[in-house]
Design a protein around this ligand. Structure first.
Ligand SMILES: CC(C)(COP(=O)(O)OP(=O)(O)OC[C@H]1O[C@@H](n2cnc3c(N)ncnc32)[C@H](O)[C@@H]1OP(=O)(O)O)[C@@H](O)C(=O)NCCC(=O)NCCS
Length: 186
């Protein structure tokens, strides 16, 4: 299996980001793990947003926490197959519902194992920033996401109801004190 790149969004990825976004929109897909990409037509706006998001001052007000955005890129053809985002700490919403990590894989690349690998490749970064466990949540009907979490050592904790969204969410914890595989992020 090819080695994948887990990298922060940069100007060089603008065309790929635009293509990824358009494919998700065309498919009517959810776009978890990429912040406001759905509403940002200009990839540069999103790239700058991601940079700000990782900095000291959060872009959308005081309730937002520091987050790192990664793209998951296949080096053989340069295609951006997924996005994954790590929230370094929690606000009230993240502690209860959103958790530390969100992710998506573009529709044409799903069910090829990319989400499972992308999450696996992201866990070393979570350890690097000092987390000893991460919370990930998914809707009960999201079989692909649940399998992705379980394949990475996720342990079910509880199912909670999100009043604002009128939906249930399953909460899983991954213990990062258990040694992970090779680290790859820049
Ligand atoms: C959920 C999502 C990230 C899965 O990505 P993916 O790359 O297709 O996942 P994988 O290929 O690693 O699949 C993991 C497992 O789930 C299974 N799976 C994936 N999608 C599935 C689906 N729609 N229905 C049933 N099983 C599914 C795979 O067959 C695989 O099972 P296996 O390990 O037994 O072989 C992707 O469907 C997606 O981006 N959805 C929209 C955004 C989203 O829901 N993000 C997660 C929010 S919590």
């Amino acid at each position: 299996m090819e080695t994948m790149l887990l990298i922060r969004p940069a100007f060089a990825h603008a065309a790929e980001i635009a293509g990824y976004r358009q494919e998700c929109l065309d498919a009517g897909s959810r776009m978890d793990g990429c912040g406001p990409l759905r509403r940002m037509e200009d990839p540069l706006e999103w790239i700058n947003y991601c940079k700000a998001w990782e900095g000291e001052h959060q872009p959308d007000g005081s309730d937002w926490v520091r987050a790192t955005q990664f793209l998951y890129i296949r080096p053989t053809d340069g295609k951006m197959v997924g996005t994954i985002q790590v929230r370094h700490t929690f606000n009230a919403f993240l502690a209860a519902y959103g958790g530390n990590i969100g992710y998506s894989v573009r529709p044409s690349e799903r069910r090829k194992g990319y989400a499972t690998r992308m999450l696996r490749d992201t866990l070393p970064f979570c350890r690097q920033i000092g987390l000893d466990r991460v919370l990930i949540s998914c809707r009960p009907d999201n079989i692909g996401s649940r399998k992705t979490i379980l394949a990475n050592g996720g342990v079910y904790e509880s199912t909670v109801w999100v009043p604002d969204r009128q939906e249930a969410l399953e909460r899983y914890w991954i213990d990062l004190t258990i040694p992970q595989k090779s680290e790859k992020c820049d």
